[in-house]
Design a binder for this molecule. Structure first.
Ligand code: C2O
Length: 362
């Protein structure tokens, strides 16, 4: 049966944080553990992709001019989101909690007759579609907050040498009282990995000490491996469908560069490598959404690399798996994997950036 978020969001239960080396019950004092969304008076409506007159084009973050209108708008939108009261479905806190609810066991599958299962969107073929929908609504909410129906999230172009550092827009904290205080800054990051550190797309919590030329070429060949050599079929790229009997398998990008970027950005001195280094807290760093835009872009690039062979999953369970989100009109809606396979139908696309790793066969 397809994995399904409950119609009644009050089925949501307090989530569990998996702590490093800790066999004890979850620490409920950790911020974000109560991950359930605000209650809705109505059941989720089936979502229809709305008509639009102009595509939203997501730009590469490293190419954004610091003095551009675009960056000013993006910061204004995030600041507006952060200014909303915590219980507002569009607030910073609620948007961040979405990740926690879908990853830390807040929704079990009781209504599907499987109380033994929880809804987990990682480690399986739900990874790409869930995160696509999550960003889709997040982007529309930001656009709504600044009254710009063409607003698009930036993507962190970590697969291109020019984008292999934390994008500058996220870096500077600004100071209290400073009107230029940066709403894109998050203090819970690894300070050793701020620019000019080059990202390691195979990072596993250990510095490998490459010089920058070697780090870049290692990154490019691991991209080639995850997008080409090891991603020769749908299951390999997307991961396998969730299955109560056998463990599902994560796709090449999810288990590869996606996870490495999370761990590389998160603060290793925090108890759970917050923010990006843990499921429950990842949605509290603005970088999360730029990171996942690029992950989402990989889905599109993979299909374009070989349209005859590289296809979306077609199983009944995959097509009909569904999630529940608050849309930009504060309406609770239900969305399905089958409706998110084409970004242009959803109203957005990516600014072009060259993909040098296609020539980086190791
Ligand atoms: Cu839901 Cu990058 O993880």
């Amino acid at each position: 049966y397809p994995i399904t978020a409950p119609d009644d969001v009050s089925y949501c239960v307090p989530a569990r944080v998996v702590k490093k080396n800790d066999p004890n019950p979850p620490d409920t004092s950790i911020r974000g553990v109560a991950c359930c969304p605000p209650a809705s008076a109505t059941a989720p409506k089936p979502y229809l992709l709305p008509k639009f007159s102009k595509l939203r084009i997501r730009p590469a973050a490293h190419g954004v001019d610091p003095d551009s209108d675009y960056l000013a708008k993006y910061k204004a939108a995030i600041a507006a989101m952060k200014a909303l009261p915590d219980d507002h479905p569009h607030s910073w806190k609620q948007q961040g909690k979405v990740h926690c609810a879908y990853c830390n066991g807040a929704y079990n599958q009781e209504m599907n007759g499987r109380p033994d299962l929880t809804l987990q969107v990682h480690g399986s073929s739900l990874f790409f579609p869930f995160h696509r929908w999550y960003l889709y609504f997040y982007e529309r909410i930001l656009g709504k907050l600044i009254n710009d129906p063409t607003f698009a999230l930036p993507y962190w172009n970590w697969d291109n040498p020019t984008g292999m550092m934390l994008p500058a827009m996220f870096e500077q904290p600004g100071t209290n009282g400073d009107p230029r205080k940066n709403p894109l800054f998050d203090p819970y990051r690894n300070v050793g990995h701020l620019p000019p550190a080059i990202i390691d797309l195979q990072y596993a919590a250990k510095e490998r000490g490459f010089n920058c030329v070697d780090q870049i070429s290692t990154n490019l060949s691991s991209m080639y491996g995850q997008m080409v050599t090891s991603a020769t079929n749908t299951d390999a790229f997307f991961g396998t469908d969730p299955n109560p009997e056998i463990d599902s398998k994560a796709g090449t990008i999810e288990s590869g560069c996606h996870t490495a970027v999370h761990i590389w950005v998160g603060n290793p001195r925090m108890p759970n490598s917050e923010d990006l280094g843990n499921f429950y807290s990842a949605g509290y760093d603005p970088v999360f959404y730029a990171h996942h835009s690029n992950v989402d872009r990989m889905w599109k690039i993979w299909k374009d690399l070989n349209p005859r062979r590289n296809k979306d999953p077609t199983s009944y369970d995959w097509l009909n798996a569904s999630y529940v989100f608050y849309d930009e009109n504060e309406e609770l809606v239900r969305v399905y994997n089958k409706d998110c396979v084409d970004t242009r139908k959803m109203g957005y696309d990516y600014q072009r950036s060259s993909i040098p790793w296609v020539k980086s066969r190791p």
